[in-house]
Design a binder for this molecule. Structure first.
Ligand code: NAD
Ligand code: G6P
Ligand code: MN
Length: 440
């Protein structure tokens, strides 16, 4: 009999949960599921998502056991995988992460610059808590974490739980690789083999081959130089994301040898971007008025009607990478993924203890890193500055150090001066009093 797996989704109330649950169902011939459990520490929020998912599963896959809870023991006992996508402080705090820096003309973003630093100071504790529950109740389980800010979370888990079974991964490279496969005339990113180095939301492709070993970089570079990344007809994105994909053209122009991750725009054009953002209406507002409203209203409708038929519930197509990753571990597929892992020489001329995003081969016993060699001075310079920001944030969290966090903000390429860093920090401290460790 084939083995069936038990999965807990941590952050069950996430706007991404229905898409993930439906995707798990869609992929269940490749990755058989016995039970799906949702866990969240906000039971009211989770209930709406969970009741709707429960109805959908009863109607479409009655053989899969399903439950939801805010009790850690019930959630984490007897499981094989935790898929973690929590947002400590939810959108209310994301809004503050974005709006406080913008008051001072500094970019306000979920994971980049001061906003990412503030979010990191909240997220570290939340992700460690989930990891602790998993290890207490299911010591053999693996955690696939995509809770943000992934760079800071990965630095913290590596520092504080170096032996834990946790893989930190991001979907941005997956989406961009799908776009590049399209540019090169391929059906899927799986037909490409890539070389990539960087930190999370801070990296570059330096090699892209097809399965026959042909170099795809020239055709992809020519396209991006002209257009940035494309948005496919079936991909529905908000204007802010369309702008990001297009702006890859400007980001690319700085180093035409490599292809940049879209998030680099915040570091390379911080003031231009800040000037173009509305300090009264940021991405958090866009998400609350868009994705969150949509997902929760579909769920409420399913609950009221008592059926999911005719509802607007959709699998998240590009979240299939999560099943690929879980399968790689469960079934030793030895597939390649870009993971956020300790460098230890994989990027030869870069700090050994840095958490870097590079290609890895994943199997039953974890990952093996694929060396990326030496990186150019421009990228090395940028990465050195940014990795030290991330390390200082984790230092600040561990030590409760105001000084280290001020240094982290000052060092960020998005912040113009130590004075600006201090004003932003002092406002962040007030806004985050329920979440951050006390800083002295
Ligand atoms: P959301 O606010 O809708 O959902 C997050 C959920 O986490 C909420 O229901 C909240 O109650 C819950 N939560 C918060 N703290 C918790 C804790 N300590 N324990 C258990 N549950 C907790 O947010 P969203 O927009 O759906 O995003 C969820 C997360 O996924 C975010 O961290 C986001 O940045 C991340 N994300 C990452 C990627 C990636 O590729 N790395 C892609 C998409 C989303
Ligand atoms: C990309 C990134 C994620 C980020 C997500 C959602 O997929 O890789 O890290 O959380 O976008 O961003 P949004 O602004 O839509 O909530
Ligand atoms: Mn990401």
């Amino acid at each position: 009999m084939t083995q069936k797996y038990t999965i807990t989704v941590a952050g069950g109330g996430s706007t991404f949960t229905p898409g993930i649950v439906l995707m798990l169902l869609k992929e269940s011939s490749r990755f058989p599921i016995r039970k799906i459990m949702l866990y969240d520490n906000d039971p009211e929020r989770q209930k709406i998502i969970a009741e709707a998912c429960g109805i959908y599963l009863r109607e479409n896959a009655p053989e899969i056991e399903f439950g939801y809870t805010d009790d850690p023991k019930e959630a984490f006992t007897g499981i094989d995988f935790v898929l973690a996508h929590i947002r400590v402080g939810k959108y209310a705090m994301r809004e503050k992460d974005e709006k406080i820096p913008l008051k001072y003309g500094v970019v306000g973003q979920e994971t980049c610059g001061p906003g990412g630093i503030a979010y990191g100071m909240r997220s570290i504790g939340g992700v460690l808590e989930i990891l602790n529950y998993m290890e207490a109740y299911s010591p053999d389980a693996w955690m696939l974490n995509y809770s943000n800010p992934a760079a800071i979370v990965a630095e913290a888990t590596n520092r504080l739980r170096p032996d834990s079974k946790i893989l930190n991964i991001c979907d941005m490279p997956i989406d961009l690789e799908e776009k590049m496969a399209g540019i090169a005339g391929l059906k899927s990113r799986k037909e490409m083999q890539v070389g990539y180095y960087g930190l999370n939301h801070f990296g570059w492709w330096h090699q892209i081959y097809d399965k026959a070993g042909n170099d795809l970089m020239p055709v992809i570079r020519a396209y991006i130089a002209e257009n940035g990344f494309p948005v496919s007809a079936e991909q529905q994105v908000d204007d802010s994301w369309a702008h990001t994909f297009k702006m890859a053209r400007e980001v690319y122009a700085i180093d035409p040898e490599t292809i940049p991750n879209t998030y680099l725009k915040y570091y390379l054009f911080p003031y231009e971007i800040a000037a173009g953002l509305d300090p009264e209406y940021t991405r958090a507002n866009e998400v609350m008025d868009g994705r969150e409203k949509k997902v929760f209203s579909v769920c409420r409708e399913i609950i009221e009607k008592g059926t999911s038929s005719g509802s607007n519930f959709e699998a998240d197509a590009h979240a299939t990478y999560i099943v690929d990753l879980a399968r790689a571990i469960a079934e030793n597929t030895q597939e390649r993924f870009l993971l956020i892992v300790p460098n230890e020489g994989a990027i030869e001329n870069f700090e050994r203890t840095a958490m870097v995003e590079i290609p890895c081969i994943v199997g039953k016993n974890g990952y093996e890193k694929i060396c990326q060699g030496k990186i150019p001075r421009f990228q090395k310079g940028m990465m050195e500055q940014q990795v030290n920001v991330e390390k200082l944030v984790v230092d600040a969290w561990i030590e409760g150090s105001y000084q280290k966090l001020w240094q982290a903000l000052t060092l960020s390429k998005t912040v113009p001066s130590a004075a600006a860093a201090k004003v932003i920090l002092d406002e962040f401290i007030q806004a985050n009093e329920d979440y951050w460790p006390e800083l002295t």
